[in-house]
Design a protein around this ligand. Sequence first.
Ligand code: AMP
Length: 476
Amino acid sequence: MCGIVGIRDAGGVSFSIYYALYALQHRGQESAGISTFDGTRLFKHKGQGLVAEVFDSAILESLEGNVGIGHVRYPTTGANRPENAQPFNFAFRDHTISIAHNGNLVNSRQLRDEYECRGQIFCSTTDTELIAKVITEEMSNSGCIEDAVHRCMRVLRGSYSVVMMIDGVLYGFRDPLGIKPLCLGRTQKGLIIASESVAVDALGGTFLRDVAPGELICIDGEGMRSMQIARASRRAHCIFEYIYFARADAVLDGALVYDVRLRIGAKLHEEAPVQADSVCPVPDSGTAYAVGYSARSGIPFMESLLKNRYMGRTFIMSTQNERERAVRIKLNPIRKHLENGAVVLVDDSIVRGTTSRRIIGIMREAGAREIHVRIGSPSIVAPCYLGVDMPTREELIAHRRDEEEVRRHITATSLHHVTIDALVESIGIGRENLCMGCLTGTYPVDIPGEVSSPVAVDFLDGTYQTRLEKFGTGKE
Ligand code: AMP
């Protein structure tokens, strides 16, 4: 539920990390942080708020060094407490360590209990601190980072993409199922590891490849090494990254998100064609889907709902009345486009159903006669435990309601969700390699009280296959 980045670059890193975090801002708006290392000292700054609110040029100038990591934190996970902001920084023996994480562990309570029973203390409620504990414990046993990451992959259950800096060496690793994204790119004088390729683009860098599930990347002054620590029998890429979470211009595990959404839009027309005057997206989450629907159906694409891009989280809403007004300030219908017309309204997903219901109300008030809702995801029927903030089953509108009941609730003229088959085909990654827990209620890792079909993971004990890749290092 977060965005992470790690950069090693001979030209200094704080500004680059800032720009990369800016590009990843959609992955988290609660807090932002950067840690850098100059060869001997750790520099760090983090705070609550958006990247642009937390940093200014004086702060960035003070973050010295050619290696560093950064993090943006998602707004609604866990406690909104300053101590939960990342990167998490600490000293361990003679080592200086910073770590940042994207994902969600499903066995963190149990692991925490084990550590606490041994008298260990925690300063935050984050999974990140737990991952740090697993790593330092193994470092003190074997002194070897590969073994420490191996230990993580053995004991952590859930999703985790991690960037870590130990004494100025940059590491990145991804859980053996590859649930959350992580990719590699080249910067002007070094290398970047980031949640999405858009962070590489923002630096004018070159996208190199995704970090493989179960892979550990190590970047130091000598170059980049890659080690396959674990190998799973299949992958479990999060489907919701394609549907909603990732930016449309990101390439995730080989698929350009915009094109996936275009293809889904086209399928929505094939599966549920309708006569209408225009195709209107819910901005911005429905835009690429609506373009695809319009292109396939021949019905003109028309933005009849305009979004105010300047409405931040700080907008004050103390009463119900003000909340209603906030919706109107955020989204304004264009009456002339809608009056007496039939509209295909396209969005990515219905979760609780409150957004669609509200938007349909606004469009009807503006004179729309028919509103045919087309949704780019199948019905969301089960919660996510692996990193996407979803409400409980009871709060999900599609839990125990069929499509007709949901249609009535949101007051649409007609409603269609894309089918799972069409979604999988549009992504272009085999169904067996996707996590579709929120759509099917079957999860790729063991979750107490839920149905799962856990993926087998092989550990390449002691003999990690190390590959040296000569992408340039930061020495140039
Ligand atoms: P609702 O049905 O009222 O819960 O709102 C669903 C809308 O919120 C969708 O159109 C998405 O654009 C957006 N959305 C979906 N999932 C999430 C999420 N995990 N966090 C924030 N917004 C989301």
